[in-house]
Design a protein around this ligand. Structure first.
Ligand code: PLP
Length: 390
């Protein structure tokens, strides 16, 4: 049996007719830039998230860049985020000329640890007070980017309270969390702005790149919209210097078709996660393996199903022998990436993220996965763990 980490072909086969029709129709209409499909998809995606506004973007990365600019993050500023995320989170910060500053994560949820955020903000405020005395008055921390990693929302209640206390805007990086909920409310409503990616492998994926910024703030929505399309008010009247960061009409048309299936697909992902849990839970007492921890307040949408084990490398190789693909998301925390060496962080700075990077293993998960495949994967996980413990 061969089981890939994700199977995009399986999904296309399920919806081929609808997709082919909409592609043909959109090509025939030839309004490839902005146009009807983009406006319709923005409205439908806002309704899906339960937000007032949604503005299309060319990718998740550019969506984050737009949101950060809208929060007035500029050169020399600092933005708080986590080290265990895809590099796009911090690239967007760097594209503003700003610097990412990291807060470590909670070992169970893999998301930003609110206690560590509080500690950081208290310390930073003390340093800032000191600087005020020395007449360096510019506050450098400008925003917090919270990542809902693997499809599970971060602890938004505590983080939101802290952000209010310190008057910092929150940007949700919801690139892996379309449709995920925290306390019964969908992601996209917990920050000042939230950013989604429609990279093909995401829970809602385009047939190319795409992204979205959602917000309940009309002013921010207007700013993001202006920035994403050359700062234009109308065709050749430009209010600000913007970007060409628009969502493609063909992608919007495809995403409209797929959005109608998203809840069902997320539900299937959750069922697969439950099936994995049922098989793997009994192994946790006997062997070195930890299964994902779904928090009471969250509805996880399992973009990834990630286990932990010190025997990760043996597991990976063993599963590969049996045709099962696995992944590591992500093997190098951002503070230790060559690209961010200049920030001056050393190994040991964020011990939880660093330890996770050594132990995490992403198992295959996609809506079309079937129970027999999950059983096959889990049987081989057990075999491998039994072999290494012998
Ligand atoms: C995928 C992803 C992004 C970037 O999205 P792109 O559409 O690939 O630019 C940003 N943040 C996280 C956490 C992601 O997983």
């Amino acid at each position: 049996m061969k089981i890939p980490l994700v199977d995009l072909q399986a999904q296309y086969r399920m919806i081929k007719e609808e997709i082919d029709q909409t592609i043909a129709k959109t090509v025939m209409q030839t309004s490839f830039i902005m146009g009807e499909p983009v406006r319709q998809f923005e409205a439908e995606f806002a309704a899906y998230c339960g937000t007032v506004h949604a503005v299309g973007a060319s990718s998740g990365t550019t969506a984050l860049h737009l949101a950060l600019i809208a929060c007035q993050v500029t050169a020399g500023d600092e933005v708080i985020t986590v080290p265990n995320t895809f590099i796009a989170t911090t690239e967007a910060i760097s594209h503003c000329g700003a610097f990412p500053v990291f807060v470590d994560v909670d070992p169970d949820s893999f998301n930003m640890d609110p206690a560590k955020l509080r500690q950081f903000l208290e310390q930073e405020t003390e340093v800032h007070q000191q600087q005020l005395v020395n007449k360096r008055t510019k506050r450098r921390i400008k925003a917090i980017v919270v990542v809902h990693l693997y499809g599970q929302p971060a602890d938004m209640k505590v983080i939101g309270t802290l952000a209010q206390e310190y008057k910092l805007p929150i940007i949700e990086d919801a690139a892996q969390a379309h449709g995920a909920e925290y306390e019964g409310k969908r992601v996209g409503n917990w920050g000042n702005l939230a950013c989604f990616s429609f990279y093909p492998g995401k829970n809602l994926g385009a047939y190319g790149d795409g992204g979205m910024v959602v917000t309940n703030d009309a002013q921010l929505a207007r700013q993001v919209k202006l920035l994403s399309d050359h700062g234009r008010q109308d065709k050749y009247r430009h209010l600000i210097i913007g970007y060409n960061y628009r969502l493609d009409a063909l992608q919007a048309a495809i995403l409209r078709v797929k959005l109608a299936h998203l809840d069902h697909w997320n539900e299937q992902r959750r069922q697969h996660a439950q099936a994995y849990n049922n098989f793997l839970q009994p192994l946790c007492d006997k062997f070195d393996i930890i299964i994902p921890d779904e928090r009471i307040a969250t509805r996880h949408v399992y973009h990834l199903y990630v286990i932990r084990s010190k025997q990760r490398q043996q597991l990976r190789e063993y599963l590969q022998q049996y045709g099962i693909s696995t992944g590591i998301h992500y093997p190098i925390p951002l503070h230790l990436q060559p690209a961010y060496e200049f920030l001056g962080y050393k190994a040991g700075a964020f011990p939880v993220s660093e330890q996770l990077a050594e132990e995490i293993l992403s198992l295959p998960i996609f809506p079309e996965l079937n129970p027999a495949q999950i059983e096959y994967i889990c049987i081989h996980i057990r075999e491998c763990l039994e072999n290494v413990s012998r």
